[in-house]
Structure formats: structure tokens, C-alpha cells
Ligand binder design. Structure first.
Ligand SMILES: Cc1cc2nc3c(=O)[nH]c(=O)nc-3n(C[C@H](O)[C@H](O)[C@H](O)COP(=O)(O)OP(=O)(O)OC[C@H]3O[C@@H](n4cnc5c(N)ncnc54)[C@H](O)[C@@H]3O)c2cc1C
Length: 486
């Protein structure tokens, strides 16, 4: 049977875009359907990864500027910089990313249809544009990459003016003096430190016993100390019952209780940011009619090759749930294409279990592999090596001395099992450890190879020596550990 396309991709975010690009390398005919009238490229460019990182970069610049050069009048960042300055910083970045995506689509001869994509049957997609014109296209394969949206709170409404979600906060026209963040995950921590750098007084109301439970314990404690020093207040185990406007005091009042305490507490603020997770964009795209199953949170069920219950329909990216990252979505999208058209063996490219995470707070946090606690729980005899940023020449030069890189490695053979970093460039630095781990390498790599100097990468060398000294102190001869013989 002849179809209009080899694959129709619904949604042009990282998952859809990379599937489309990979498919053109197999000489396939591709159509991307995109509902947004604003841009191609998905929420990655328009609402998520890129704009939040641009906001962070601007805030970091302002913070560094204030820290290094001070303000003779003692003014706070928000008194010296306006949100317009920050928006101006962000605008060309988004424009350039948009252009890049468009250029790639044109260069690779991928066709696009602007409108709402809906699956009519296993080989037909309907596109309804914003004038309600309908067109149908036939296809051999379909990828659902429609992404996700912010979850809604139960006890109050998001008005996108005073009470914001993680997309509307990036449209603020001024730097708030006070901000209450409800939720304590990665996105919360990013916005908390960004706005704190801009001079905003931030309060985090977490419904969990602590922040970011997956972090290495030591890295977490370091982060908690930083947060305290920045006057970011964190309340754990809280439940927010309501938010009310107080016209007299021109503020929002957030009412909450802390577990084990019957008192209702109130905190006044200019804005509230609600970050309570993500919900998949699955309604109105035809899943029910075609028999595609979702889990209890509504995310699409797929197998390890991202196939849904319908053999020629795939799903990838946020719409299938965790880890809900652009980094992972790019690879998932590419894998779907190799499954549709490639001769690669099914396991030759995979999203492996050791994926790095990156938290773009100020400072950054990143990690991969086992934490010290996880290794101990698994009964693996590990040693750790630490490098504090204050010992790095490059960090000194850049006045970025807040930070720690921690290596976790097997005591018996020095194999690297985990890397955990808090500090500037952490999200880039982690990849050196990732490469060594992917090749089952040992910390000897950092000791025996020349690394550029001065760099943040020096932290690996310092941490490796630090770890080695610790092994040495247990009585193992240094030369034996390094394999230098008797
Ligand atoms: C504030 C924030 C910060 C983030 N920071 C990071 C980060 O630092 N690193 C990282 O890796 N990830 C980050 N993420 C996550 C990242 O943005 C997402 O994981 C990623 O965008 C998901 O890609 P996707 O392809 O699944 O979907 P999306 O990028 O969400 O794209 C989906 C597209 O589908 C379109 N669509 C939806 N329904 C239809 C339909 N029926 N028809 C046609 N089109 C449709 C949408 O308009 C959208 O353009 C962040 C997210 C947020 C919100």
C-alpha cells in the first residue's frame, strides 16, 4: 500500500524533531505536525529548557556582577536591573534556536503541517488548523511526541498573573520582591536560586520531608547550606490549603500546615509559583479510538523500543513519563526512527540506565551512577574522593569557589561507579566521568592523563588523588593500588 509519508510525527519537540531528522537519514518521507502557532521545536525552546536556562544565565551574570563589583549604593539586583533587560538577554537566544530548528527542517526536506494532530486510524492522521480547516494524511508509521503540560493544583487556581506555573513565570514583566514556590523538585530549585540571585525573597513549601531526595547526601547538605546563605526559606512536609488575595496589604496570602502541627501558618508574597509535576498531552489525539493504553497517571505505555500497543505507532518524550528530559527525549526520538527504518540491532542504541541528571540551579548540580549511600546499601566496598572548588585554580580565577566534586569508586580495583558535582559547570563536567564509567574505567584515568590546566576538570584529578590517599591509609600500598608493581 502506498502512503503519503513513511512517518508522521505529532509534536516537534526534542523527541519528534530527532525522530524526523534521523528518518531523513534513512531517506524517508517525513511530516511533522505541530499545534503551536508560535514556533517549531516544542516546549523545549518555547517554554522549558532553553528559556529557563537563558533566564538563569542572565541572573547568574547579575549575581556575579553584584558580587564582584558590588554596588556602592547598596542597591539590590532588582533595583538595578529590570525584567526587560533579562527579556532582551533571552530573546535572541530563543530566536536563534527557532531559526536553527527551522533551517534543519528545511535543509532535510521534512514537511510540516501546522495544526492539531489527531490519529484517526493506524495509518491516518488528521490535522485541524486554527481556522478549523481539516486535512488528512496517510502514513506507514506514527510517532506521538506531544509532550506534557504543568499539572494543576487541587486547592487553588493558577491565574497566570499572581499565581503562576512553570511556564507563566517566564512571562513575568517585573522581578518580584517575594516569591513562594510550592513544590521542591528540580524546577523549583532552579527558579528559587534564579530569583534569589535577582534579589527576590524566596520561600519554598515542600510536600516532602526534604528537597531532592535522589541527591548524594553530602551534595545535598552543601546545597542546603547554600540555600540558607541565600535566605531561601524551606518548609518541609507542608500542605497548602488555600491562597487568598489581601487587597489591603497588596499581597497574596498562602495558607499552609506542616505535618504534625495543627496550626495554620500564613506567608505573604507577591507571586506564587506552583510546580507540582507534569501531565501528558494525550487528550484529543485519538488514543481511545485506536486502542493505545496509558498508565494510571495517563502517560502512554510503551515497550523498550517505544512501541505502543499498536505496532506501527510509537511514543517518545514527556508523553511517556519519566525522566521527562529534553536530553533523554532527543535519544528516544532517534531510537524510534532506528526501530522503524534501521537495520540496527534493537539493543545497539539505548537510553542506558546510567543517565546523567542536571539541575540548573545557581550553582549547578549534576550526577551520574551510584551515590556513596546507594553503593553501601548494595554492599559494594567503595571509597570516595573529594575536590572542593576552592582548591581549583580556575574556580579561584573566576571567583566561583562554591562547590564540590565527589567520586565514588570501588576500593578493590578503583573502578569509577559514580560522580556527584555541585558547582559551576557541573552539568558539563559530569560527562568526563560518564565517559570513563561507560568504558568501565578507573580513577587512574584522571591521575595518569594530562588534563588541561587551569580548568574545572582539574577537580577530577584532585578528587582521584584524594580518594587514592584514602585507600592508601587503609594500608594498601600506593604503588600496588596504581599497579606500579613491587
Ligand atoms: C522550566 C523547564 C525547564 C526544563 N529544563 C530542562 C533541562 O534543563 N534539561 C532537560 O533535558 N530538560 C528540561 N526540561 C524538560 C524538557 O523541556 C522536556 O523534557 C522536553 O521538552 C520534552 O520533549 P518532547 O519532545 O517530549 O515534548 P515537547 O518539547 O513538550 O514538545 C511537544 C510539542 O508537541 C506539540 N503538540 C502537542 N499536542 C499536539 C497535537 N495534538 N498536534 C500537534 N502538535 C502537538 C506541542 O505544541 C509541542 O510543541 C525542562 C522543562 C521545563 C518546563
Amino acid at each position: 500500500m502506498k502512503y503519503d509519508y513513511d512517518v508522521i510525527v505529532i509534536g516537534s519537540g526534542p523527541a519528534g524533531f530527532s525522530c524526523a531528522m534521523q528518518s531523513t537519514k534513512f531517506d524517508k518521507k517525513v511530516l511533522i505536525v505541530e499545534a503551536s502557532t508560535y514556533s517549531l521545536g516544542g516546549s523545549w525552546i518555547s517554554k522549558g529548557t532553553v528559556p529557563s536556562k537563558a533566564l538563569r544565565a542572565a541572573a547568574k551574570l547579575i549575581q556575579s556582577f553584584n558580587k564582584q563589583f558590588g554596588d556602592e549604593k547598596g542597591r539590590k539586583p532588582y533595583e538595578r536591573f529590570r525584567m526587560e533587560d533579562i527579556m532582551e538577554y533571552k530573546k535572541p537566544i530563543l530566536e536563534s534556536k527557532n531559526k536553527q530548528v527551522k533551517d534543519d527542517i528545511i535543509k532535510n526536506e521534512v514537511e510540516t503541517a501546522r495544526g492539531w494532530g489527531k490519529i484517526l486510524d493506524a495509518n491516518t492522521v488528521e490535522v485541524i488548523d486554527n481556522l478549523n480547516h481539516k486535512k488528512t494524511f496517510t502514513t506507514k508509521n506514527i510517532l506521538i511526541s506531544t509532550g506534557s503540560s504543568p499539572s494543576l493544583p487541587k486547592n487553588f487556581n493558577i491565574d497566570h498573573t499572581k499565581i503562576l506555573d512553570y511556564t507563566s513565570i517566564m512571562e513575568l514583566t517585573h522581578i518580584p520582591r517575594r516569591l513562594v514556590i510550592i513544590g521542591s523538585g528540580v524546577i523549583s530549585m532552579e527558579f528559587a536560586t534564579i530569583f534569589s540571585a535577582l534579589g527576590t525573597r524566596v520561600v519554598i513549601l515542600s510536600d516532602l520531608p526534604g528537597i531532592l531526595p535522589f541527591l548524594d547526601k553530602e551534595i545535598k547538605q552543601y546545597l542546603i547550606n547554600i540555600i540558607k546563605s541565600r535566605n531561601i526559606q524551606v518548609f518541609n512536609n507542608t500542605t497548602v490549603s488555600k491562597i487568598a488575595t489581601n487587597d489591603l496589604r497588596t499581597c497574596e496570602e498562602v495558607y499552609f500546615k506542616t505535618e504534625g502541627d495543627s496550626r495554620v501558618q500564613v506567608v505573604e508574597t507577591d507571586h506564587v509559583l506552583y510546580v507540582g509535576g507534569k501531565k501528558p498531552n494525550t487528550s484529543g489525539i485519538g488514543l481511545e479510538t485506536i486502542g493505545i493504553k496509558t498508565n494510571k497517571e495517563g502517560f502512554i505505555n510503551v515497550d523498550k523500543f517505544y512501541r505502543t500497543a499498536v505496532p506501527n505507532i510509537y511514543a517518545a518524550g514527556d508523553v511517556i513519563g519519566q525522566p521527562s528530559l529534553a536530553s533523554v527525549s532527543f535519544l528516544q526520538g532517534r531510537i524510534t526512527s532506528t526501530q522503524m527504518f534501521g537495520n540496527l540491532s534493537a539493543d545497539s542504541i539505548t537510553v542506558d540506565k546510567d543517565i546523567p541528571f542536571g539541575i540548573y540551579s545557581i550553582p549547578e548540580i549534576s550526577g551520574i551512577g551510584l551515590t556513596e549511600e546507594m553503593a553501601t546499601e548494595l554492599g559494594i566496598d567503595v571509597t570516595v574522593g573529594r575536590a572542593y572548588y576552592e582548591t581549583l585554580t580556575r574556580a579561584d580565577i573566576n571567583h566561583d569557589t562554591e562547590g564540590l566534586l565527589k567520586l565514588v569508586f570501588r576500593t578493590d580495583n578503583l573502578q569509577l561507579l559514580g560522580v556527584h558535582i555541585l558547582g559551576e559547570h557541573a552539568t558539563d563536567l559530569v560527562h568526563l566521568g560518564q565517559s570513563v564509567m561507560a568504558h568501565n574505567g578507573t580513577i587512574k584515568y584522571f591521575i595518569e592523563r594530562v588534563l588541561n590546566y587551569p580548568t574545572y576538570g582539574e577537580a577530577y584529578k584532585i578528587a582521584a588523588f584524594n580518594g587514592l590517599n584514602r585507600v592508601h591509609k587503609t594500608g594498601v600500598k600506593y604503588k600496588n593500588v596504581l599497579g606500579l608493581g613491587e
